[in-house]
Every structure is written in C-alpha cells, then in structure tokens.
Design a protein around this ligand. Structure first.
Ligand code: M6R
Length: 369
C-alpha cells in the first residue's frame, strides 16, 4: 500500500527518518550502545580481530563504503569494502581474525550469500546487516544486526541505505567500546549526535519541492555527474546509481580529488554536476578543497548543484542551486547528504514519465549469480 504516495519510492524516501529511528531504538541508551544481537560473538573475539571486511552489492556496497570511514576510525581496525562477487573470486587472504560483515537489504542476494559462505569456509566469523527477518544470509551468518527500515518495495533502495549506515555505526561503536578505542565520553558525543539524525532527516525532507522543481527543468538532461570527498564520495556514487537505475540517464560519481586525473575533461558548458559540500565547521580541510574543485569546474562552464550545510554562503557565487542540509558532525553528514539525491532521482524519473518503482531490466532482489 502506497499510503497516498505517488510511488513506493516516494513513500520510502519519506520513511528515511523512521528507518534510522527504528534501527537505533533501544540500541542507544544513556549515551552508549547496547547490541544484544551480537552476543554470539564475545568481547574477547572483538578484541582479537585484526581486519574488518564489508561485502555487499549495489546500494548496500555504497552503504559499506560510507560506513567504513567511521568504522575504521572508531575501532582502530583496518577496514576494507568489497563487492561480494569480486571478493569471492579473487582468493582473498582470510584468517580467524578477519571479521566479515555482509550488508543486504533482502538477505537473499546470491552474490552476497556466496561470499558469506566462502568467508565462513575460509575461517572468518560473519555478521549480517540485513533488513529481512529470517532471510538466508542472516541464517547463514554467525550473528546479525537487523536494520528496521520496514519492507522496501521500490527496486531503487533508499530507506534501507540510511538504515544500513546506521547499523554499521552501531557495530562500530560496539567494537570501539569493547576495544576501548573510544572513551565513554567520546561514545556519548557520537551517540548523542546519532539520536538527532532522524529529526535532521525530517528537516532535510522539507526541501522536496525545490528539488522537484529542478528535476522538472532537467527532464531532457542526458548526463549528470556527482562529486564528493571523504564520505561525500560514496554518496556521490550512490546518487549516480539512483539516476542510472530509475531515470536511465548516464550518471557517474567521482572522488573530487580525481578530477584533474581525468574526469575534468568531461566538463563542457552546461554539464550538470552535483557536489557534496562538507561543512565549513569541520576542521579536516575538506571544505576549502571542495570549493576549489567547484571553481575549477565552474570555470569550464559546469552547472553546479551543491548539497551543502544550510547557511554555507561560500558556495553561493558558483552554484545554480544549493540544497541545504542541517549541521551535523563529520560522520553523520552522509545520512543527510543522500536525501536530496534520492529525491532528485525520483523526481527526474517522474518528470520523464517512467515507472519509478519498477525500472526496466531490474529485479528487487537478485537471487542469481
Ligand atoms: O538486497 P540487497 O541489499 O543485497 O541488494 C543489493 C543490490 O542489488 C541493491 O542494492 C541494488 O543495487 C538496488 N536496486 C539499488 O537501488
């Protein structure tokens, strides 16, 4: 039941806040994280791991790429993210100290399932982050951290994506607590910010109409590029995937630092480019870097569409449009930055008169290799 929405995808984007809220409910209390879900894996085990591998396909893979930044920083454990089908066929080095975390909305993706089986046979412990109770992947894993996004019907994954990042963060904070790589106070700071995200998502959703208007003007666009740095990079990849899937438009995401290594040759007058702009308040130097990337592409005639923190005036002179997101800390930005891109894909597909929920050639759950 679409509950009055024009499509399941529209309904599910509107449920982004609820998906995060339900995924963290009861798991963050008194400034710390509690994950009884993981009781099959002892604290001793988590103290002993020396590598974490995230494996998934499609949008779930991008949630892994996004979550990996905080996961590695919080836990002090090296994290790698791999496409499940690539991982399995390259004979990776796996030991008992390797933790393999799979991400899958459906829990039935064959490529991901086969990678999980492969990892277990090679001696790794496996945790499944999954949105479907009792699905095959969680059943075949040592442990599971469920996401509570509710059923996702549209082929294009949206609310499951934000819920997956939330689950990676819960896992990261749990491991950081056990390994004492974050202090109690640091965990309190992160969990406190985490709990503000559902409301900040609600605020971000209020810009739906202005994004719809932009998508309406762009119905004939043949190519859209997406740029980001740090966690903005996988969000750029996810924004491009959404557009390919449901609007059938050529779209590509790039790490902004790669521009001068090739992609800037693509920029010609009128080329639309979405840019994920990190907050100027973060002391990682990324904001200034992105602003200079914007200047570079703007000088070559690009039409810049910025997703930036509300009130960040520095990008205004170089942009055709700015989509504002509420302020948050570094690792929580991707939750908010992805929303305008989800809405843009939805509205561009709608403006082109396409079937938003059932794009051609795609199935919701890919149960063949
Ligand atoms: O059910 P899963 O999360 O394992 O599915 C993985 C991908 O097939 C899925 O995310 C796909 O890329 C979506 N259609 C993206 O919107």
């Amino acid at each position: 039941d679409k509950g009055g929405w024009s499509s399941f995808m529209a309904k599910e984007i509107a449920e982004d806040p609820q998906a995060v809220e339900d995924t963290i409910r009861g798991r963050i209390t008194d400034g710390t994280v509690r994950l009884p879900d993981l009781e099959a894996l002892s604290d001793e085990y988590f103290r002993d791991i020396d590598r974490i591998l995230l494996i998934a396909c499609g949008t779930a893979y991008y949630s892994g790429l996004t979550g990996a930044y905080a996961l590695e920083q919080w836990t002090g454990v090296p994290v790698a993210v791999e496409l499940a089908h690539e991982f399995r066929y390259r004979e990776p080095v796996i030991t008992e100290r390797t933790l393999v975390v799979s991400l899958s909305q459906s829990g039935e993706t064959m490529d991901t399932l086969l990678a999980v089986r492969f990892a277990r046979e090679a001696g790794a412990k496996t945790i499944s982050i999954c949105n479907t109770q009792g699905a095959t992947i969680p059943r075949e894993s040592d442990s599971v951290v469920y996401t509570y996004a509710g059923p996702e019907v549209a082929v294009a994954s949206t609310k499951a994506f934000v819920a997956q990042i939330a689950a990676i963060y819960l896992l990261g904070l749990h491991i950081a607590k056990v390994r004492e790589t974050l202090t109690d106070e640091e965990i309190r700071v992160e969990t406190t910010e985490f709990q503000t995200i559902p409301d900040k998502l609600r605020e971000t959703l209020t810009h739906h109409e202005s994004i719809k208007e932009l998508a309406g003007w762009m119905a004939d666009t043949r190519s859209v590029l997406f740029l980001g740095r740090h966690t903005g990079y996988p969000i750029a990849l996810e924004g491009a995937l959404k557009l390919k899937e449901i609007a059938y438009i050529h779209a590509e995401g790039f790490a902004a630092g790669e521009l001068k290594h090739g992609p800037i040759a693509l920029i010609e007058p009128g080329q639309p480019v979405f840019v994920m702009v990190p907050s100027p308040r973060h002391d990682n130097g990324l904001h200034a870097k992105i602003v200079s990337n914007i200047e570079e592409i703007r000088a070559r005639g690009a039409h810049v569409l910025a997703v930036a923190e509300g009130g960040d005036a520095s990008v205004m002179p170089y942009t055709e449009a700015v989509f504002a997101t509420p302020p948050t800390s570094v690792f929580f930005e991707p939750f908010l930055k992805v929303v305008p891109l989800q809405i843009f894909a939805l509205e561009l597909s709608t403006a082109k008169g396409l079937d938003v929920d059932q794009p051609r050639n795609l199935a919701k759950s890919v149960t063949v290799e």
